[in-house]
Design a protein around this ligand. Structure first.
Ligand code: ADP
Ligand code: MG
Length: 160
């Protein structure tokens, strides 16, 4: 597990850009952390790093949004699984106009909901310090944890 301390929203975005550099088509990224932790902020950075069309915003009112690549790379499929009552089945029923294997799929609230989508997945857990002093209010701890063969040799520690 790689743990990274992030102090500002801008640093969170930058971390997303850095992580995007190791992502490729077919990758599944599962984001966890309470409301306001920074899951969408991180994913915005991933979108910037991948060079996709459209700013990544909170997908709360749509379940999934597809951001096509501007550069011929993988699209970013950004999913909010919080409202995916049926979990994986519903995820597979989403009528997306891209194939998930041609995309990087980033799922907020995806842990325990859509994990079976792939044997390989990158878990991004974002935590804020509990009861932190005001000056640490923006501080977050991000834990990166790759599961499966895809991530066995990936050097996530280099992102810290
Ligand atoms: P989530 O998707 O987890 O609900 P968002 O990314 O939508 O969270 O919102 C995070 C909020 O917290 C934003 O308003 C952002 O400006 C603020 N924030 C403060 N510090 C940080 C930080 N270090 N990383 C990410 N967001 C932060
Ligand atoms: Mg969000």
């Amino acid at each position: 597990h790689t743990r990274i301390t992030v102090s500002t929203p801008e640093e969170m975005r930058q971390l997303g850009r850095d992580v995007a550099a190791v992502l490729r088509a077919g990758d599944l990224v599962l984001l966890s952390g309470e409301l306001g932790a920074g899951k969408t902020t991180f994913t915005r950075g991933v979108g910037e790093g991948l060079g996709v069309r459209g700013a990544v915003t909170s997908p709360t009112f749509v379940i999934a949004r597809v951001h096509p690549s501007l550069t011929g790379g993988p699209a970013l499929v950004h999913v909010d699984a919080y409202r995916l009552g049926g979990g994986l089945d519903e995820m597979e029923d989403l009528d997306l106009d891209v194939s998930l294997t041609d995309s990087v799929v980033a799922v907020e609230w995806g842990e325990g909901r859509v994990e079976e989508l792939s044997e390989d997945r990158l878990h991004v857990r974002i935590e804020r310090a509990v009861g932190a002093e005001e000056r640490f209010e923006d501080q977050r701890t991000v834990t990166l944890h790759g599961v499966g063969e895809r991530w066995a040799t990936a050097d996530l520690a280099a992102l810290a």
